[in-house]
Write a protein that binds this ligand. Structure first.
Ligand code: HEM
Ligand code: HEM
Length: 179
């Protein structure tokens, strides 16, 4: 779930910027790109909800021994990533639901429950924009920390996020001790 959401979120950020450069005329290509962005964003939101439920009911393995500030920073950035992912996806959806255009999930028109409301739509767009910038910054810190663990500390922490990670991590730590 981590990697599926990571690919979706990075793709959505790139797509979000790119789709706004598509000319408004003719209408088709821009609308298609917006609809695809919304569909992938909603699918990611569903996956995030499943992930959150899974995470709440499953304890992750203990962190390796780290200086206290690093352990705290890791937890803080992870919480921030979870919060920003949800804020970005929900603000995107609420903005679209109040835009007056139908919201489609891969072609299937979702029930419309809100009337068009410009002020709400604009506020959601602002939250979407701000949360996306913060998300990009948090992902940058997150990936930089992973690179630091993998290539500087060489503690194999990266493998914690993979299904057979325990074995790969042990191999990395043994290779480091041997070399
Ligand atoms: C985690 C999920 C999402 C990410 C990372 C994401 C990312 C982005 C980015 C980077 C932009 C361009 C910057 C901006 O103008 O805000 C954008 C624009 C946009 N996104 Fe998303 N998005 C997500 C989910 C959604 C969802 C679920 C919807 C609607 C159902 C949506 C609808 C829009 C719309 C309509 C725009 C055009 C600008 C606006 O009207 O606010 N997005 N998105
Ligand atoms: C190339 C990109 C990425 C790499 C290399 C990466 C790597 C990792 C690693 C190694 C961990 C495990 C940390 C630990 O040992 O506890 C982790 C956790 C996490 N990652 Fe990523 N990540 C990437 C992209 C992303 C993206 C794009 C997001 C979200 C937008 C994200 C969200 C998270 C969250 C929320 C956790 C905490 C998981 C939990 O404990 O519940 N990651 N990541």
């Amino acid at each position: 779930m981590h990697w599926a959401i990571a690919v979706a979120v990075v793709g959505l950020v790139v797509m979000g910027w790119w789709m706004q450069t598509i000319p408004k005329q003719p209408v088709g290509p821009r609308a298609d790109a917006y609809n695809l962005h919304k569909s992938i964003g909603l699918a990611a939101l569903l996956l995030m909800a499943v992930r959150l439920a899974w995470r709440a009911s499953h304890r992750p393995p203990e962190l390796p021994s780290l200086p206290l500030w690093q352990a705290r920073a890791a937890v803080a950035v992870h919480l921030l990533l979870y919060a920003l992912m949800f804020i970005a996806a929900l603000s995107g959806y609420l903005g679209s639901a109040t835009s007056g255009y139908p919201v489609k999930l891969f072609g299937w028109v979702l029930p419309s429950w809100a009337a068009a409301h410009d002020a709400v739509k604009d506020a959601c767009s602002l939250v979407h924009l701000a949360s996306n910038w913060l998300l990009v910054a948090a992902i940058g810190a997150h990936v930089a920390a992973t690179i630091y663990h993998q290539w500087v500390l060489r503690d194999g922490l990266f493998w914690r996020m993979w299904p057979v990670g325990g074995r790969l991590r042990k191999r990395t730590v043994e290779a480091r001790s041997a070399g």
